[in-house]
Design a protein around this ligand. Structure first.
Ligand code: ADP
Ligand code: GLC
Length: 494
């Protein structure tokens, strides 16, 4: 199956449930768009496999039907389409779309219905994605392109390594990247057999997870190698509580785990050219950043004042992100002086609470509920500082966007936030590395103390200027991380 490997022919099937700009719900969408581009620049022939959601089918031009898969219980029949991702120009990434209207073409989200409830047939939806991923990564594939590696991302592709493990023919090696261990794809025990895996795989050494089965556990158990999205998170997940029940398995596989920090798309997130900004700027034209702050204050109905530090926050509204802490510090925050602009969507209760908080502090705190890509860029540029009080954060992307936009982030010291933000101290200011603020104590007092540190620094013009410039000078491109993934791929072949 796979051709003899030369440096120009390392082939990788990148299996993912989301990709920007077609169907992004969070950072995985950004990573699935940008990492493959960087890998292709390193001459890795990486191609995506994604489900044919309505936005995917309507967002891709020039689709060609290249294979058909007949129904095989419990999976309905499906078709494989070939296209190229809309971004990236002539370097755009080839993508295989798994078109199965019964499973993917419906109103609602990629994983949930319009009311936010998981689709009841998610095991089947992502079982099929995994099954077809495994077929394409084996000598049972109907295609002439044969990958050396099946690179799986999160639980939705977690059964690929399991299907490959039990397949007797020639097959690719598998790499499982954990973007978030909190999402585990847990289903009833009999799902294992329903989806065509041997009953024996329902085992503590296999897909079994506290009496049910877990797509992610299967991926972690059967994959040839495991990666996660920052070195700190790679350590954190090997113990409780951030191992979320998988710490035992992960600790036994510690030699097979690599922590590679995500990069960012430096073309899409560039304050010098970003079309969503009111005025573009660079590190040497930082004064122009102020126009974005003014626009943001106006848009959000905040008091328009260039002198008040404005905090921005963009987030999925879940327990992970710690936005509930804001509710407890809102009153003190608005006494400071300080302002807050929030963009988020997620848990209904949190949405309501944040809206109520904004109502009680109008002019000082404003909240937009929804998912708005363009507005997220303006917040990165218009805010003075960016808040990420995440309880845990495998990597996080916004803190990197913030530094690139001269908007020093304030982050909880966890996971990838530790690896990508340098706390502002006299030592780090002196050596030119300070780029933001970290706080250890995940309590309202801890957050408030950190907010005070930011406002103090903000009022020291020279310190604030250095922080912004240090962050803007950092290299957050995918170059070195993509090289890290390429190294893993090559090690799996040898
Ligand atoms: P996670 O993947 O856990 O949500 P990341 O920091 O890795 O966290 O990535 C989140 C991505 O989703 C960022 O690109 C962020 O700007 C974007 N995002 C999150 N919520 C929204 C929203 N409501 N509107 C627009 N973009 C959002
Ligand atoms: C997840 C994590 C986030 C990470 C993203 C992309 O959603 O929560 O920290 O940056 O995946 O890897």
């Amino acid at each position: 199956m796979a051709p003899a490997l030369s440096h120009s022919s390392l082939c990788v099937l990148f299996i993912t449930p989301e990709v920007h700009p077609l169907n992004k719900t969070g950072g995985l969408g950004d990573v699935s768009a940008a990492l493959p581009v960087a890998l292709r620049e390193l001459k890795v022939d990486v191609r995506l496999l994604i489900p044919g959601y309505p936005q995917v089918l309507s967002g891709l031009k020039h689709k060609r039907k290249i294979a058909e898969f007949t129904a095989q219980a419990p999976f309905p029949s499906s078709t494989l389409l070939s296209a190229r991702l809309p971004s990236g120009g002539s370097a755009s990434v080839p993508v295989f779309v798994l078109d199965c209207p019964t499973l993917y073409q419906r109103e609602g989200g990629s994983y949930t219905d319009a009311a936010g409830h998981d689709w009841p047939d998610n095991a089947l939806r992502f079982g099929l994605l995994s099954k077809i991923g495994a077929i394409l990564a084996s000598d049972a594939s109907p295609l002439s392109w044969h990958p050396h590696i099946a690179h799986c991302n999160d639980w939705q592709s977690g059964l690929v390594p399991a299907y490959l493990h039990f397949y007797q023919g020639k097959k690719a090696a598998s790499l499982m990247t954990i973007h978030n261990l909190a999402f585990q794809g847990v289903f009833p025990a009999d799902t294992v057999v329903q989806l065509g895996l041997p009953a024996a795989s329902f085992n503590i050494n296999g897909a079994e997870y506290y009496g049910g089965m877990s797509f992610l556990k299967a991926g972690l158990y059967y994959s040839d190698h495991i990666a996660t999205v920052s070195p700190s998170y790679a350590r954190e997940i090997q113990t409780a509580p951030l191992g979320f029940g998988m710490q035992g398995l992960l600790a036994t596989r510690r030699e097979d785990i690599s922590g590679i920090a995500n990069g960012i798309d430096t073309l899409e997130w560039d304050p010098a050219t970003d079309p969503a900004l009111v005025r573009n700027y660079t590190a040497s034209t930082l004064a122009a950043k102020a126009a974005n702050k003014q626009a943001l204050q106006q848009l959000f109905g905040l008091v328009v004042d260039p002198g008040i530090p404005l905090f921005g926050l963009i987030s999925r509204l879940t327990h992970q992100k710690g936005c509930d802490l804001l509710l407890q510090v809102a009153a003190q925050l608005t006494e400071m002086p300080a302002q807050l602009a929030v963009l988020g969507s997620g848990e209904a209760v949190l949405q309501q609470q944040l809206l109520a908080m904004a109502k009680s502090h109008s002019g000082k705190i404003a909240v937009r509920i929804g998912f708005d890509e363009r507005l997220s860029h303006l917040i990165e540029a218009g805010a003075d500082s960016f808040l990420m009080p995440s309880r845990f954060e495998p990597c996080g992307l916004n803190q990197m966007y913030s530094q690139r936009y001269g908007t020093p982030p304030l982050v909880h010291a966890t996971g990838g936030l530790i690896d990508t933000v340098v706390d502002c101290t006299s030592a780090t200011l002196a050596d030119g590395s300070a780029s933001g603020f970290l706080f250890l104590d995940m309590t309202p007092a801890g957050l408030l103390g950190a907010i005070r540190r930011v406002t103090l620094a903000y009022n020291n013009k020279s310190v604030w200027r250095r922080l912004k410039k240090n962050g803007m000078a950092k290299d957050f491109s995918w170059r070195s991380s993509a090289a890290g993934y390429r190294k893993i791929y090559l090690s799996l072949l040898s």
